[in-house]
Write a protein that binds this ligand. Sequence first.
Ligand code: CAA
Length: 464
Amino acid sequence: MTAGIDDIAIYIPRLYIDAADFAEARGLDPVKLQKGLGVSQMAIVDANQDPACLAANACLRVMEKNNLDPQDIGRLYISTESAFDESKAMNSYVIGMLEQVYGQGSFEHCGGVETKFACVSGSYALYDNTNWIRAGEAEGKSALVVVSDIAKYDMGSSGEMTQGAGAVVMLLNDKPRLLEFDPKVTSTSIKDEYDFYRPFGKETPIVHGQYSNLLYMIQVRKALESYKKKVISSNLIQMKEGETILDHMDYINMHLPYSNMGKKALAYLVRHEWRQLPRWKNILEQIGMKEPVPKDPRGTIESVLADEEFMAKDHEFTKLFTKTQEYQDVFESKLSSSLIASTMIGNLYTASLYLGFRSSLEFEYQKGVDLDGKRIGFGSYGSGSSAMVFSGVVQPEYAEIVKSMNLESEIGQRRRLTWSEYEELHENKLAPEQSKVHTKKEFVLVDIKTDVESRGERRYAFTS
Ligand code: CAA
Protein backbone atom coordinates (compact mmCIF):
# COMPACT_ATOMS: atom_id res chain seq x y z
CA MET A 1 0.00 0.00 0.00
CA THR A 2 1.22 3.51 -0.78
CA ALA A 3 1.55 6.17 1.89
CA GLY A 4 2.89 9.67 2.16
CA ILE A 5 2.27 13.35 2.81
CA ASP A 6 -1.08 14.59 1.53
CA ASP A 7 -0.84 18.14 2.85
CA ILE A 8 1.29 20.26 5.12
CA ALA A 9 0.61 23.34 7.26
CA ILE A 10 2.76 25.59 9.39
CA TYR A 11 2.37 27.88 12.36
CA ILE A 12 5.14 30.40 13.04
CA PRO A 13 5.07 32.91 15.92
CA ARG A 14 4.85 36.48 14.65
CA LEU A 15 7.47 38.00 16.92
CA TYR A 16 11.04 37.97 15.73
CA ILE A 17 14.45 39.24 16.57
CA ASP A 18 16.32 40.67 13.63
CA ALA A 19 19.87 39.43 13.02
CA ALA A 20 21.17 43.03 12.77
CA ASP A 21 19.70 43.93 16.21
CA PHE A 22 21.01 40.70 17.67
CA ALA A 23 24.52 41.29 16.32
CA GLU A 24 24.57 44.87 17.59
CA ALA A 25 23.48 43.88 21.10
CA ARG A 26 25.98 41.02 21.29
CA GLY A 27 28.87 42.97 19.73
CA LEU A 28 29.04 40.63 16.73
CA ASP A 29 29.61 41.34 13.07
CA PRO A 30 26.11 41.13 11.52
CA VAL A 31 27.69 39.51 8.46
CA LYS A 32 28.57 36.50 10.64
CA LEU A 33 24.85 35.88 11.19
CA GLN A 34 23.58 36.87 7.77
CA LYS A 35 26.28 35.34 5.57
CA GLY A 36 28.24 33.05 7.92
CA LEU A 37 25.21 31.26 9.39
CA GLY A 38 22.43 32.31 7.00
CA VAL A 39 20.28 33.81 9.74
CA SER A 40 18.28 37.00 9.00
CA GLN A 41 15.39 36.74 11.46
CA MET A 42 14.64 34.38 14.33
CA ALA A 43 11.00 33.74 15.30
CA ILE A 44 10.42 34.12 19.04
CA VAL A 45 7.40 32.85 20.98
CA ASP A 46 5.13 35.29 22.74
CA ALA A 47 4.44 35.14 26.49
CA ASN A 48 1.21 33.20 25.83
CA GLN A 49 2.70 30.54 23.55
CA ASP A 50 4.30 27.17 24.18
CA PRO A 51 5.14 24.31 21.79
CA ALA A 52 1.74 22.68 22.38
CA CYS A 53 -0.22 25.72 21.20
CA LEU A 54 2.08 26.18 18.21
CA ALA A 55 1.29 22.54 17.33
CA ALA A 56 -2.47 22.93 17.89
CA ASN A 57 -2.56 26.05 15.69
CA ALA A 58 -0.80 24.18 12.88
CA CYS A 59 -3.23 21.23 13.25
CA LEU A 60 -6.25 23.51 13.11
CA ARG A 61 -4.94 25.05 9.88
CA VAL A 62 -4.53 21.70 8.16
CA MET A 63 -7.94 20.49 9.39
CA GLU A 64 -9.77 23.63 8.25
CA LYS A 65 -7.98 23.83 4.92
CA ASN A 66 -8.99 20.25 4.06
CA ASN A 67 -12.44 20.39 5.66
CA LEU A 68 -11.47 17.49 7.88
CA ASP A 69 -13.63 16.13 10.62
CA PRO A 70 -11.97 14.61 13.76
CA GLN A 71 -13.34 11.23 12.56
CA ASP A 72 -11.05 11.51 9.52
CA ILE A 73 -7.98 11.43 11.79
CA GLY A 74 -6.87 8.13 13.32
CA ARG A 75 -3.60 9.16 14.92
CA LEU A 76 -2.03 12.35 16.19
CA TYR A 77 1.69 12.22 16.98
CA ILE A 78 3.79 15.09 18.28
CA SER A 79 7.54 15.18 18.01
CA THR A 80 9.35 17.76 20.07
CA GLU A 81 12.46 18.39 22.09
CA SER A 82 10.81 21.27 23.96
CA ALA A 83 8.70 19.04 26.22
CA PHE A 84 7.46 20.65 29.43
CA ASP A 85 6.19 17.54 31.18
CA GLU A 86 8.08 14.32 31.97
CA SER A 87 4.97 12.14 31.72
CA LYS A 88 1.95 13.74 30.08
CA ALA A 89 2.39 13.64 26.31
CA MET A 90 2.11 16.82 24.27
CA ASN A 91 -0.46 15.33 21.88
CA SER A 92 -2.93 15.17 24.79
CA TYR A 93 -2.67 18.95 25.24
CA VAL A 94 -3.18 19.45 21.50
CA ILE A 95 -6.25 17.22 21.48
CA GLY A 96 -7.60 19.21 24.43
CA MET A 97 -7.19 22.40 22.43
CA LEU A 98 -8.67 20.99 19.21
CA GLU A 99 -11.68 19.75 21.18
CA GLN A 100 -12.39 23.35 22.21
CA VAL A 101 -13.21 23.90 18.53
CA TYR A 102 -14.52 20.47 17.43
CA GLY A 103 -16.36 19.49 20.64
CA GLN A 104 -15.58 17.54 23.80
CA GLY A 105 -14.57 13.94 23.05
CA SER A 106 -14.41 14.50 19.30
CA PHE A 107 -10.83 13.15 19.16
CA GLU A 108 -11.16 10.42 21.79
CA HIS A 109 -10.58 7.66 19.23
CA CYS A 110 -7.35 9.28 18.08
CA GLY A 111 -4.28 7.52 19.45
CA GLY A 112 -0.77 8.85 19.54
CA VAL A 113 2.29 9.70 21.59
CA GLU A 114 4.93 12.36 21.95
CA THR A 115 8.23 11.22 20.45
CA LYS A 116 11.68 12.36 21.48
CA PHE A 117 15.10 12.13 19.86
CA ALA A 118 16.26 15.72 19.51
CA CYS A 119 15.64 16.98 15.97
CA VAL A 120 15.24 13.57 14.31
CA SER A 121 12.19 12.33 16.25
CA GLY A 122 9.71 13.78 13.74
CA SER A 123 11.25 11.64 11.03
CA TYR A 124 10.81 8.53 13.17
CA ALA A 125 7.19 9.56 13.79
CA LEU A 126 6.60 10.03 10.07
CA TYR A 127 8.13 6.64 9.33
CA ASP A 128 6.06 4.85 11.99
CA ASN A 129 2.82 6.48 10.86
CA THR A 130 3.61 5.77 7.21
CA ASN A 131 4.01 2.12 8.18
CA TRP A 132 0.73 2.20 10.14
CA ILE A 133 -0.94 3.22 6.89
CA ARG A 134 1.01 0.74 4.75
CA ALA A 135 0.06 -2.06 7.14
CA GLY A 136 -3.62 -1.36 6.47
CA GLU A 137 -4.28 -0.39 10.10
CA ALA A 138 -5.55 3.08 9.25
CA GLU A 139 -8.91 1.88 7.87
CA GLY A 140 -9.22 4.90 5.62
CA LYS A 141 -8.22 7.42 8.27
CA SER A 142 -5.31 9.85 8.09
CA ALA A 143 -2.55 10.54 10.59
CA LEU A 144 -1.36 13.93 11.75
CA VAL A 145 2.35 14.12 12.54
CA VAL A 146 3.26 17.44 14.13
CA VAL A 147 6.80 18.65 14.69
CA SER A 148 6.84 21.59 17.08
CA ASP A 149 9.69 23.28 18.89
CA ILE A 150 11.09 26.36 20.52
CA ALA A 151 14.83 26.49 19.84
CA LYS A 152 16.12 28.46 22.80
CA TYR A 153 19.72 28.70 23.98
CA ASP A 154 21.41 30.37 26.95
CA MET A 155 21.85 34.14 26.79
CA GLY A 156 25.27 35.01 25.42
CA SER A 157 26.02 31.43 24.27
CA SER A 158 27.14 30.69 20.71
CA GLY A 159 23.88 28.81 20.14
CA GLU A 160 21.84 31.95 20.88
CA MET A 161 22.31 33.16 17.28
CA THR A 162 20.62 29.99 16.00
CA GLN A 163 17.24 30.26 17.77
CA GLY A 164 13.72 30.15 16.32
CA ALA A 165 10.31 28.58 16.90
CA GLY A 166 7.40 27.05 15.03
CA ALA A 167 5.36 24.00 14.17
CA VAL A 168 4.80 22.02 10.98
CA VAL A 169 2.02 19.45 10.64
CA MET A 170 1.91 16.76 7.99
CA LEU A 171 -1.29 15.02 7.01
CA LEU A 172 -0.46 11.42 6.03
CA ASN A 173 -2.69 9.01 4.16
CA ASP A 174 -2.81 6.29 1.51
CA LYS A 175 -3.63 8.68 -1.37
CA PRO A 176 -1.08 11.42 -0.81
CA ARG A 177 -1.36 14.39 -3.15
CA LEU A 178 2.06 15.79 -2.25
CA LEU A 179 4.70 13.09 -1.71
CA GLU A 180 4.70 9.32 -1.65
CA PHE A 181 7.47 7.80 0.48
CA ASP A 182 9.78 5.28 -1.17
CA PRO A 183 9.23 1.92 0.53
CA LYS A 184 11.92 -0.20 2.23
CA VAL A 185 14.78 2.24 1.85
CA THR A 186 14.54 4.37 5.01
CA SER A 187 17.88 4.09 6.77
CA THR A 188 19.18 5.12 10.16
CA SER A 189 22.41 5.42 12.11
CA ILE A 190 22.67 5.82 15.87
CA LYS A 191 25.41 6.44 18.45
CA ASP A 192 25.38 7.35 22.15
CA GLU A 193 26.74 10.93 22.11
CA TYR A 194 26.64 14.18 24.10
CA ASP A 195 26.84 16.77 21.34
CA PHE A 196 23.63 18.53 22.46
CA TYR A 197 21.33 17.52 25.31
CA ARG A 198 18.93 19.05 27.83
CA PRO A 199 19.09 17.52 31.33
CA PHE A 200 15.87 17.30 33.43
CA GLY A 201 14.61 20.66 34.62
CA LYS A 202 16.88 22.73 32.36
CA GLU A 203 15.05 24.90 29.82
CA THR A 204 18.03 25.33 27.50
CA PRO A 205 20.41 22.69 26.13
CA ILE A 206 24.06 22.05 26.84
CA VAL A 207 25.75 22.25 23.46
CA HIS A 208 29.14 21.44 21.98
CA GLY A 209 28.54 23.40 18.81
CA GLN A 210 31.41 22.52 16.48
CA TYR A 211 31.34 18.91 17.69
CA SER A 212 27.62 18.72 16.87
CA ASN A 213 28.20 20.15 13.38
CA LEU A 214 30.74 17.47 12.53
CA LEU A 215 28.81 14.66 14.19
CA TYR A 216 25.68 15.65 12.23
CA MET A 217 27.56 15.25 8.93
CA ILE A 218 29.22 11.96 9.92
CA GLN A 219 25.95 10.42 11.09
CA VAL A 220 23.95 11.51 8.03
CA ARG A 221 26.69 10.14 5.79
CA LYS A 222 26.48 6.77 7.57
CA ALA A 223 22.71 6.70 7.09
CA LEU A 224 23.21 7.64 3.43
CA GLU A 225 25.59 4.69 2.96
CA SER A 226 22.95 2.36 4.31
CA TYR A 227 20.23 4.04 2.18
CA LYS A 228 22.40 3.53 -0.90
CA LYS A 229 22.69 -0.20 -0.25
CA LYS A 230 18.93 -0.53 0.26
CA VAL A 231 18.11 1.45 -2.86
CA ILE A 232 20.39 -0.74 -4.97
CA SER A 233 19.32 -4.06 -3.44
CA SER A 234 15.61 -3.19 -3.69
CA ASN A 235 16.07 -2.03 -7.29
CA LEU A 236 14.38 1.27 -6.53
CA ILE A 237 17.09 3.04 -8.48
CA GLN A 238 19.45 1.59 -11.09
CA MET A 239 22.81 3.26 -10.73
CA LYS A 240 25.14 3.44 -13.71
CA GLU A 241 28.94 3.45 -13.68
CA GLY A 242 30.29 6.82 -12.52
CA GLU A 243 27.06 7.91 -10.82
CA THR A 244 26.32 8.69 -7.19
CA ILE A 245 23.06 8.16 -5.39
CA LEU A 246 22.78 11.95 -5.04
CA ASP A 247 22.51 12.21 -8.86
CA HIS A 248 19.19 10.35 -8.49
CA MET A 249 17.73 12.81 -5.98
CA ASP A 250 16.21 15.82 -7.72
CA TYR A 251 16.04 17.65 -4.40
CA ILE A 252 17.88 17.15 -1.14
CA ASN A 253 16.37 18.48 2.07
CA MET A 254 18.70 18.61 5.05
CA HIS A 255 18.08 19.25 8.73
CA LEU A 256 18.55 23.01 9.18
CA PRO A 257 19.52 24.21 12.68
CA TYR A 258 20.56 27.31 10.69
CA SER A 259 20.36 27.58 6.96
CA ASN A 260 24.10 27.40 6.23
CA MET A 261 24.28 24.07 8.06
CA GLY A 262 22.33 22.70 5.08
CA LYS A 263 25.02 24.04 2.75
CA LYS A 264 27.79 22.60 4.91
CA ALA A 265 26.13 19.20 5.12
CA LEU A 266 25.38 19.05 1.40
CA ALA A 267 28.99 19.96 0.55
CA TYR A 268 30.21 17.22 2.92
CA LEU A 269 27.97 14.55 1.42
CA VAL A 270 28.63 15.54 -2.20
CA ARG A 271 32.36 15.70 -1.62
CA HIS A 272 32.46 12.23 -0.05
CA GLU A 273 30.29 10.78 -2.79
CA TRP A 274 32.21 12.36 -5.67
CA ARG A 275 35.63 11.41 -4.29
CA GLN A 276 35.11 7.85 -5.56
CA LEU A 277 34.08 8.92 -9.07
CA PRO A 278 35.97 9.83 -12.27
CA ARG A 279 34.60 13.41 -12.06
CA TRP A 280 36.71 14.02 -8.90
CA LYS A 281 39.94 14.38 -10.93
CA ASN A 282 38.53 17.41 -12.73
CA ILE A 283 37.25 18.89 -9.44
CA LEU A 284 40.68 18.52 -7.79
CA GLU A 285 42.29 20.24 -10.77
CA GLN A 286 39.91 23.17 -10.37
CA ILE A 287 40.49 23.38 -6.61
CA GLY A 288 44.25 23.33 -7.15
CA MET A 289 45.15 21.77 -3.80
CA LYS A 290 45.36 18.25 -2.41
CA GLU A 291 42.49 17.12 -0.27
CA PRO A 292 43.74 17.46 3.33
CA VAL A 293 43.83 14.48 5.69
CA PRO A 294 43.86 14.74 9.51
CA LYS A 295 47.13 13.84 11.30
CA ASP A 296 45.28 10.90 12.83
CA PRO A 297 42.84 9.78 10.11
CA ARG A 298 41.36 7.11 12.40
CA GLY A 299 41.05 9.51 15.35
CA THR A 300 38.01 10.73 17.25
CA ILE A 301 35.86 13.76 16.41
CA GLU A 302 37.70 15.56 19.25
CA SER A 303 41.11 14.75 17.75
CA VAL A 304 39.99 15.93 14.31
CA LEU A 305 38.63 19.20 15.76
CA ALA A 306 41.84 19.70 17.77
CA ASP A 307 43.98 19.25 14.65
CA GLU A 308 44.07 22.98 13.87
CA GLU A 309 46.23 22.67 10.79
CA PHE A 310 43.89 20.10 9.25
CA MET A 311 40.77 22.08 10.21
CA ALA A 312 42.13 25.26 8.56
CA LYS A 313 43.17 23.41 5.38
CA ASP A 314 39.91 21.47 5.24
CA HIS A 315 37.98 24.72 5.60
CA GLU A 316 39.94 26.21 2.70
CA PHE A 317 39.43 23.07 0.60
CA THR A 318 35.67 23.04 1.31
CA LYS A 319 35.34 26.72 0.37
CA LEU A 320 37.11 26.10 -2.97
CA PHE A 321 35.05 22.98 -3.58
CA THR A 322 31.80 24.86 -3.03
CA LYS A 323 32.90 27.46 -5.60
CA THR A 324 33.24 24.89 -8.42
CA GLN A 325 30.53 25.15 -11.06
CA GLU A 326 29.70 21.46 -10.63
CA TYR A 327 28.97 21.89 -6.92
CA GLN A 328 27.17 25.22 -7.48
CA ASP A 329 24.82 23.48 -9.93
CA VAL A 330 23.97 20.82 -7.33
CA PHE A 331 23.48 23.43 -4.63
CA GLU A 332 21.27 25.70 -6.74
CA SER A 333 19.12 22.99 -8.22
CA LYS A 334 18.73 20.63 -5.25
CA LEU A 335 19.03 22.60 -2.00
CA SER A 336 18.86 26.40 -2.31
CA SER A 337 15.06 26.83 -2.25
CA SER A 338 14.79 24.79 0.96
CA LEU A 339 16.93 27.36 2.81
CA ILE A 340 14.74 30.44 2.23
CA ALA A 341 12.27 29.82 5.07
CA SER A 342 15.03 28.93 7.53
CA THR A 343 16.78 32.24 6.87
CA MET A 344 13.53 34.11 7.69
CA ILE A 345 12.46 32.03 10.69
CA GLY A 346 15.50 30.35 12.24
CA ASN A 347 15.88 27.02 13.99
CA LEU A 348 12.79 24.88 14.53
CA TYR A 349 14.65 21.77 15.80
CA THR A 350 12.30 18.86 14.84
CA ALA A 351 10.41 21.05 12.38
CA SER A 352 13.47 22.49 10.59
CA LEU A 353 13.75 19.72 8.02
CA TYR A 354 10.04 19.90 7.17
CA LEU A 355 9.94 23.69 7.00
CA GLY A 356 12.81 23.27 4.52
CA PHE A 357 10.79 20.72 2.54
CA ARG A 358 7.86 23.11 2.38
CA SER A 359 10.13 26.01 1.46
CA SER A 360 11.61 23.96 -1.37
CA LEU A 361 8.16 23.12 -2.77
CA GLU A 362 6.91 26.70 -2.60
CA PHE A 363 9.95 28.40 -4.10
CA GLU A 364 10.67 25.79 -6.76
CA TYR A 365 7.02 25.98 -7.86
CA GLN A 366 7.33 29.77 -8.03
CA LYS A 367 10.33 29.34 -10.34
CA GLY A 368 8.00 27.46 -12.68
CA VAL A 369 9.62 24.04 -12.20
CA ASP A 370 7.33 21.06 -12.85
CA LEU A 371 7.78 19.00 -9.70
CA ASP A 372 5.69 16.01 -10.76
CA GLY A 373 7.68 12.78 -10.32
CA LYS A 374 10.70 14.46 -8.75
CA ARG A 375 12.49 12.40 -6.11
CA ILE A 376 13.21 14.22 -2.86
CA GLY A 377 15.89 12.93 -0.50
CA PHE A 378 15.79 13.82 3.21
CA GLY A 379 18.77 13.97 5.56
CA SER A 380 17.44 14.12 9.11
CA TYR A 381 19.66 14.50 12.18
CA GLY A 382 19.03 14.55 15.91
CA SER A 383 21.69 15.14 18.52
CA GLY A 384 22.44 12.48 21.03
CA SER A 385 22.58 11.11 18.25
CA SER A 386 20.77 9.58 15.29
CA ALA A 387 20.38 10.29 11.60
CA MET A 388 17.77 9.10 9.13
CA VAL A 389 17.91 9.19 5.34
CA PHE A 390 14.80 8.49 3.28
CA SER A 391 13.13 9.64 0.10
CA GLY A 392 9.85 10.15 -1.64
CA VAL A 393 8.39 11.11 -5.01
CA VAL A 394 6.26 14.20 -5.70
CA GLN A 395 2.77 13.18 -6.82
CA PRO A 396 0.85 14.38 -9.93
CA GLU A 397 -1.69 16.30 -7.80
CA TYR A 398 1.00 18.28 -5.96
CA ALA A 399 0.12 21.61 -7.62
CA GLU A 400 -3.32 21.54 -5.95
CA ILE A 401 -1.49 22.01 -2.65
CA VAL A 402 1.63 23.93 -3.60
CA LYS A 403 -0.02 26.65 -5.68
CA SER A 404 -1.59 28.21 -2.57
CA MET A 405 1.57 28.12 -0.43
CA ASN A 406 2.66 31.56 0.64
CA LEU A 407 5.14 31.68 3.46
CA GLU A 408 4.78 35.39 4.18
CA SER A 409 1.00 35.40 4.37
CA GLU A 410 0.96 32.17 6.40
CA ILE A 411 3.30 33.68 8.99
CA GLY A 412 1.11 36.81 9.08
CA GLN A 413 2.11 40.32 10.01
CA ARG A 414 5.36 40.07 11.95
CA ARG A 415 6.56 42.30 14.75
CA ARG A 416 10.27 43.09 15.21
CA LEU A 417 11.19 42.91 18.89
CA THR A 418 13.36 45.48 20.60
CA TRP A 419 16.34 44.08 22.45
CA SER A 420 14.76 44.65 25.88
CA GLU A 421 11.51 42.96 24.75
CA TYR A 422 13.57 40.00 23.53
CA GLU A 423 15.38 39.77 26.88
CA GLU A 424 12.08 39.88 28.81
CA LEU A 425 10.64 37.06 26.72
CA HIS A 426 13.81 34.98 26.79
CA GLU A 427 14.03 35.19 30.57
CA ASN A 428 10.30 34.33 30.96
CA LYS A 429 9.58 37.59 32.78
CA LEU A 430 6.09 38.06 31.31
CA ALA A 431 2.83 36.36 32.30
CA PRO A 432 0.59 35.03 29.47
CA GLU A 433 -1.74 38.03 29.75
CA GLN A 434 1.23 40.32 29.00
CA SER A 435 1.65 38.92 25.51
CA LYS A 436 2.95 41.33 22.86
CA VAL A 437 0.52 40.29 20.11
CA HIS A 438 -3.25 39.81 20.40
CA THR A 439 -4.30 37.04 18.07
CA LYS A 440 -7.70 36.05 16.68
CA LYS A 441 -8.91 32.46 16.29
CA GLU A 442 -5.74 30.95 17.65
CA PHE A 443 -4.90 28.75 20.63
CA VAL A 444 -3.01 30.53 23.38
CA LEU A 445 -1.69 29.60 26.79
CA VAL A 446 -3.72 31.22 29.55
CA ASP A 447 -2.28 29.88 32.76
CA ILE A 448 0.18 27.44 34.33
CA LYS A 449 -0.90 26.43 37.83
CA THR A 450 1.59 26.78 40.66
CA ASP A 451 -0.25 25.38 43.72
CA VAL A 452 1.02 22.06 45.15
CA GLU A 453 -2.00 19.94 44.09
CA SER A 454 -2.08 21.00 40.46
CA ARG A 455 1.39 22.38 39.78
CA GLY A 456 2.20 22.45 36.06
CA GLU A 457 -1.39 22.14 34.81
CA ARG A 458 -1.78 24.24 31.70
CA ARG A 459 -4.92 26.01 30.53
CA TYR A 460 -5.43 27.11 26.95
CA ALA A 461 -8.04 29.24 25.22
CA PHE A 462 -9.16 29.74 21.63
CA THR A 463 -9.16 33.50 21.05
CA SER A 464 -12.20 35.09 19.51
N1 CAA B 1 31.73 37.47 8.42
C1 CAA B 1 31.34 36.44 7.64
N2 CAA B 1 31.35 35.15 8.06
C2 CAA B 1 31.77 34.91 9.32
C3 CAA B 1 32.19 35.93 10.18
C4 CAA B 1 32.16 37.26 9.68
N3 CAA B 1 32.57 38.30 10.43
N4 CAA B 1 32.55 35.37 11.36
C5 CAA B 1 32.34 34.04 11.24
N5 CAA B 1 31.86 33.77 10.01
C6 CAA B 1 31.46 32.46 9.47
C7 CAA B 1 32.44 31.35 9.83
O1 CAA B 1 33.51 31.26 8.90
C8 CAA B 1 31.53 30.16 9.77
O2 CAA B 1 31.32 29.77 8.43
P1 CAA B 1 31.73 28.31 7.92
O3 CAA B 1 30.86 27.38 8.71
O4 CAA B 1 31.43 28.32 6.50
O5 CAA B 1 33.14 28.14 8.27
C9 CAA B 1 30.20 30.68 10.28
O6 CAA B 1 30.26 32.10 10.12
C10 CAA B 1 29.95 30.40 11.76
O7 CAA B 1 31.06 30.84 12.47
P2 CAA B 1 31.67 29.96 13.63
O8 CAA B 1 31.77 28.54 13.20
O9 CAA B 1 32.88 30.61 14.16
O10 CAA B 1 30.49 30.12 14.68
P3 CAA B 1 30.44 29.72 16.19
O11 CAA B 1 31.39 28.64 16.52
O12 CAA B 1 30.51 30.95 17.01
O13 CAA B 1 28.94 29.17 16.32
C11 CAA B 1 27.59 27.20 16.01
C12 CAA B 1 28.32 28.36 15.33
C13 CAA B 1 28.62 26.20 16.52
C14 CAA B 1 26.70 26.54 14.99
C15 CAA B 1 26.76 27.74 17.19
O14 CAA B 1 25.83 28.66 16.74
C16 CAA B 1 26.03 26.66 17.96
O15 CAA B 1 26.58 26.07 18.88
N6 CAA B 1 24.73 26.38 17.60
C17 CAA B 1 23.92 25.37 18.26
C18 CAA B 1 24.31 23.96 17.88
C19 CAA B 1 23.95 23.61 16.47
O16 CAA B 1 23.10 24.21 15.87
N7 CAA B 1 24.59 22.59 15.93
C20 CAA B 1 24.25 22.12 14.59
C21 CAA B 1 24.32 20.63 14.44
S1 CAA B 1 23.51 19.75 15.76
C22 CAA B 1 21.89 19.82 15.42
O17 CAA B 1 21.53 20.18 14.38
C23 CAA B 1 20.93 19.43 16.42
C24 CAA B 1 20.17 20.65 16.69
O18 CAA B 1 19.26 20.98 15.96
C25 CAA B 1 20.59 21.53 17.74
